[in-house]
Design a protein around this ligand. Structure first.
Ligand code: AGP
Length: 606
């Protein structure tokens, strides 16, 4: 978690860094800070809490300069406080860090014995002292950073700026993202593409074990051993406007409304409708070595994986297991060189997912990534990457990334089924035709926004919710409950509707609204039965049904109608009203929709 940013160039670094931090704030918002070289001295401004608090601090005590670094923090070591906020300053060198220094306690002890005085509880401060120890002996900033990275163990993207060398920033990467934006006479450094876009669309992605020196008109990369590395910048497809709110009150709302387009962007270019085929460029999976499938992911991406299991098993007819990445890695999973692993992650930086992928690769598995961020760590680890085209997702609660993941899984399942000959051309054609009609149906599902806002007014004061779904829509019940929890802080649980009678039914009373997903599929009759059971116990039912439904909607207290789609694509359609419901309830409760408490968009700690 945490976001780091750096700038050197003709503009006022303060403004560039604050803008960059705004774009990185989704990575953590416990505290933030900047360090600027002003009149030959490194000056710090730091504040606990969200970025607006730092803005107030800077407004009160303005700064200006053409070089600086900044940080937005998701606390790991040490509570959110000003002392623990980055940058950390020692001997005229300021340091920002994203990641965790695992051996910091031993290093700290040693440094204290040598006379170092620590001002914070963070692991990062050892880096400052290690750098200072070297510069005191006459080392340049780069040499000092190099010496520090040889000693520290753990994960990091770090950047350092010194008042003794005010024309450069030195940064290093180990398992945390770090990007250099090469502008015209200005260079920017960031944890993520979105904070580079304001300056340039030419970016260089650092690899693990690399150090970069940036000046206003150059960047030089070398490995920790000092070998020079030449790497040309890549053009970034994302435009700065994609990372703006575009007139919406929240990013989340904008991102919900973007779904028809981004879903289409995700399948466009990969489908040949007339042949009933999915074309995945450069995918040369050895299907003989794909006798078992493991899908691994976290959070919302894991919910997408649960839907993916249904699709893959039906189209490819190979058993698929879905595992939480954080669990997979700590047991002894039955993964070998006959296993195909599908790792799903919006950010491509989720530590648990990355660790699980590494473990799977160690055991010989082939790995496909489904990911939204180009050049992210996951896409580098995987053998093949299927990129979703959701564009930057800024709202911490995932919406469009989820529905594009569902789209990608659908395509992958059809691809595997067709390639293995288990789906014929005619079936492929039908499946692809259904997908091609999906964006239009999503547009219609978005029309329900106003009705759902009205329903939210009726339901927002309840303290607990149950979400029920069956079959391929059971994961959507889990996802609906997660969305509500994340942004409204209301307790919500998702269950497979058939499980209700095995326990959760004891919770049902008039204070426990039950959101039921009841599309007209083979489990519709069973869902009607579940509704009766809830109603018989005085429960309130909000049902999501297909247009034209008369039975379930008549039994429910409230109904939301969505367009009909094939059973395999109903999860995508069903997601939309649940996103709106969570969104409008959260707005009514007055929570911070885009940056809910305690969360960070990219969870880079295990
Ligand atoms: C989604 O709303 C969440 N904030 C969270 O569960 C997220 O899906 C999870 O942390 C995984 O992230 P990833 O897709 O970037 O790996």
């Amino acid at each position: 978690m945490c976001g780091i940013v750096g700038y050197i160039g003709p503009k006022n670094a303060v403004a560039v860094l604050m803008d960059g931090l705004k774009r990185l704030e989704y990575r953590g918002y416990d505290s933030s800070g900047i360090a600027i070289v002003e009149d030959g001295k490194v000056e710090l401004r730091r504040s606990v809490g969200k970025l607006e608090r730092l803005e107030a601090v800077v407004a009160k005590r303005p700064l200006s300069g053409h070089i600086g670094i900044g940080h937005t923090r998701w606390a790991t070591h040490g509570r959110p406080s000003e002392e623990n906020a980055h940058p950390h300053l020692e001997g005229g060198v300021a340091v920002v860090h994203n990641g965790i220094i695992e051996n910091y306690l031993a290093l700290k002890e040693g440094l204290i014995k040598e006379g170092a005085r620590f001002k914070s509880e963070t692991d990062t401060e050892v880096i400052s002292h290690l750098i200072h120890r070297e510069t005191k002996k006459g080392a340049t900033l780069k040499e000092a950073v190099k010496a520090a990275v040889r000693i520290i163990k753990g994960t990091y993207a770090l950047a350092a700026v010194s008042e003794h060398e005010p024309d450069r920033i030195i940064a290093a990467r180990m398992e945390c993202p770090l990007i250099v934006g090469a502008g015209e006479k200005e260079t920017v450094l960031s944890s993520d593409i979105t904070a580079v876009l304001g300056i340039t669309r030419k970016a260089v992605f650092l690899n693990d074990g690399e150090i970069v020196t940036i000046t206003k008109d150059s960047f030089e990369i070398e490995d920790f051993a000092g070998n020079k590395i030449s790497r040309a910048p890549r053009h970034i497809d994302w435009s700065p406007i994609m990372a703006e709110k575009g007139g919406y009150r929240h990013f989340m709302l904008k991102e919900i409304f973007e779904q028809p387009r981004v879903v289409a962007d995700t399948f466009r270019g990969s489908v040949i409708e007339e042949k009933g085929e999915v074309f995945l460029n450069k995918f040369n999976i050895d299907l003989k070595r794909a006798r078992r499938i493991y899908i691994i992911a976290c959070g919302t991406s894991w919910h997408a994986g649960l839907v993916g299991k249904f699709l893959i098993e039906e189209f490819y007819r190979v058993p698929a297991e879905v595992d939480l990445a954080s669990e997979f890695r700590y047991r002894d999973p039955l993964v070998d060189d006959k296993t195909l692993v599908i790792a799903i992650s919006q950010s491509g930086e989720t530590a648990d997912t990355l660790a699980a992928v590494r473990e799977a690769k160690r055991r010989g598995a082939q790995v496909i990534a489904i990911c939204n961020v180009m050049e992210s760590s996951l896409t580098r680890e995987a053998d093949w990457s299927f990129m979703t085209h959701a564009g930057p997702e800024i709202g911490v609660a995932s919406t469009k990334a989820f529905t594009t993941q569902l789209t990608a899984l659908y395509l992958l399942a059809v691809y595997l089924g067709r390639t293995a000959g288990r789906l014929g051309a005619a079936e492929g054609k039908t499946l692809i035709h259904e997908l091609v009609t999906l964006p239009g149906k999503l547009e219609k599902a978005l029309d329900g926004a106003a009705h759902i806002e009205t329903l939210a007014k009726k339901y927002f004061q309840f303290r607990d919710f149950i979400y029920l779904g069956r079959g391929i829509n059971y994961p959507i019940a889990l996802e609906g409950a997660l969305k509500l929890k994340e942004i409204s802080y209301i307790h919500a649980e998702g269950y497979a509707a058939g499980e209700m009678k095995h326990g959760p039914i004891a919770l049902i009373d008039e204070d426990m609204p039950v959101v039921m997903l009841a599309p007209k599929d083979s489990s519709y009759a069973k869902m009607l039965g579940n509704m009766e059971e809830v109603k018989a116990r005085g429960g309130r039912v909000m049902v999501i049904v297909n247009e034209g439904d008369t039975e379930a909607s008549a039994r429910a207290d409230d109904a939301i109608f969505v367009p009909n789609a094939s059973v395999h694509l109903m999860p995508v359609i069903m997601s939309v009203p649940l996103q709106f419901l969570a969104y409008h309830i959260a707005v009514l409760k007055g929570t911070d929709v885009d940056q809910p408490r305690n969360l960070a968009k990219s969870v880079t700690v295990e």
